[in-house]
Ligand binder design. Structure first.
Ligand SMILES: [Zn+2]
Length: 459
């Protein structure tokens, strides 16, 4: 069995792992690099192997840093199936075309305003490319085994996002498990991940490998912030991932409103994608913790602004409001217009709800930048910036350790991915000290030839 780390090695985006075993070439996740330009440039690299030589793609979940390269892979010759869970399919149907649309729009704007060095600036892929790629999706329910040649694929509940899965591949030369992005045991709306499957090779994420979450802090922070901002006549802007995070924030706001702890500021869900994702959240109710009644209450809280005109009209609202708008790290989407309008006013607040990848506008805001660049303009930041604690949909260091311990049999090989170097190394040291496993933090394009894994064949 050979594993090649084509992304999320020493960083948190671009997840792509090539598994070659049992005569199959399987790509686990097909993500886009985001954040720093030097990483994003990798999206334009020639794929290291011919896409046509890959037999199947397996997606752990619908986030673009795990799926966003799929339109390129398919356009460049990949002809096989793409396996995922039903909610991942449903979410990808809205996320991937939107990513293509944003690529095209950004390229078009760069050409119009001349803020790209490239003439003409081109989109990495188009909305049409994304729609073609989506025709390859084949859904597999949790705990249902599907054969990819001699390799058996099983998805297990991962708890990170609706549809998120821990991926298990039983190959003739051993059993490899990918944690995917691993959920928390105490998430507000998702159930905990299943216990770690027995395996020979384990690839585990390490986003929060060096940090502990402040449990339930987010709701308390919002409980303090909302009255303060409303009191000074300001509004709250929350750049938010349309999928997952927006629904969690609506849950927190609904809880605070219901308990009468904050003034009932009108909430706008200003993202067509977040509106669609909220509908999917309602549809796959069995995949999360909330009851039918709770789900309805959360989903009916916001005013939905689907059109651009409705979005612009929010600015004319005279009362303090809460605006949830994508994208979550303010890298694109409608939130940019709100940022331009709201960041210069010190009465307002900008709430960062989750991990902000280095190199993004969200990370600049979190670091206290006094000015950000939006659409080529310099925008002063006078608004209060608050980073919410405890809203992560990833397990923290203790959560990761608990999941690793949840099965007694140690893997023969353990690789730590999907973490910045300090996070991955902190987790590596803790695993080594407490579990005695030898872990490797692979670098970009590292390949591990793990054959033969004799005596561990479970097919
Ligand atoms: Zn994710």
């Amino acid at each position: 069995m050979k594993v090649t780390f084509l992304g999320a090695a020493g960083t948190v985006t671009g997840s792509k792992y090539l598994v070659e075993a049992g005569g199959q070439r399987i790509l686990v996740d097909c993500g886009l690099y985001q954040g720093f330009k030097q990483l994003r440039l990798r999206n334009w690299d020639k794929f290291p192997i011919p896409p046509a030589s890959i037999d199947a793609v397996v997606l752990t979940h619908a986030h673009i840093d795990h799926t966003g390269y799929l339109p390129v892979l398919v356009r460049d010759g990949f002809g096989g199936p793409v396996y995922c869970t039903p909610p991942t399919d449903a979410l990808s149907q809205i996320l991937l075309p939107d990513a293509g649309f944003l690529e095209e729009r950004d390229a078009e704007r760069a050409n119009r305003y001349g803020y790209s060095k490239h003439r003409p600036a081109l989109p990495l892929f188009t909305e049409a490319d994304a729609r073609v790629a989506l025709t390859r999706l084949q859904t597999v329910d949790y705990e249902q085994r599907v054969a990819i040649g001699d390799v058996g694929l099983t998805f297990h509940y991962g708890g990170h996002l609706l549809g998120a899965a821990i991926v298990s591949l039983a190959t003739p030369s051993g059993h490899i498990v990918f944690s995917g992005d691993l959920g928390r045991n105490d998430d507000a709306i998702m159930r905990p991940p299943v216990k770690r499957p027995v395996c020979d090779v384990l690839v585990v994420e390490s986003t929060y490998g060096d940090r502990l979450h402040d449990e339930a802090a987010a709701q308390e922070q919002l409980a303090e912030l909302l009255p303060r901002v409303a009191g000074r006549g300001g509004s709250v802007l929350i750049p938010s991932f349309a999928v997952g995070r927006s629904q969690t924030l609506l849950y927190h706001l609904q809880q605070l409103y219901e308990a009468g702890r904050v003034p009932r500021m009108p909430v706008f869900l200003d993202s067509p994608m977040a509106i669609d994702a909220t509908a999917i959240f309602e549809r796959f109710r069995r995949e999360h913790r909330l009851s039918a009644q709770q789900t309805r209450a959360v989903c009916s809280l916001p005013r939905l602004t689907r059109t651009a005109d409705e979005s612009k009209a929010i600015a004319a609202t005279k009362v303090p409001v809460v605006i949830l708008s994508a994208s979550g790290m303010a890298t694109g989407g409608r939130v940019l217009h709100h940022l331009e309008a709201m960041a210069p006013d010190r009465r307002n607040a900008i709430v960062l709800a989750g991990f902000q990848s280095p190199g993004t506008r969200g990370a600049s805001l979190e670091a206290g930048a006094k000015e950000i660049k939006v659409h080529g303009n310099h925008v002063p930041v006078a608004a209060e910036v608050l980073a919410l604690r405890g809203v992560s949909s990833h397990a923290d260091q203790n959560g990761l350790m608990a999941w690793l311990r949840s099965e007694g049999t140690a893997p023969r090989h353990c690789f730590l991915t999907h973490g910045e170097p300090a996070a991955a190394d902190a987790l590596r040291r803790r695993i080594q000290e407490e579990l005695g496993w030898n872990c490797v933090v692979p670098a970009y394009r590292d390949a591990a030839d793990l054959q033969p894994l004799s005596g561990n064949v479970r097919t």
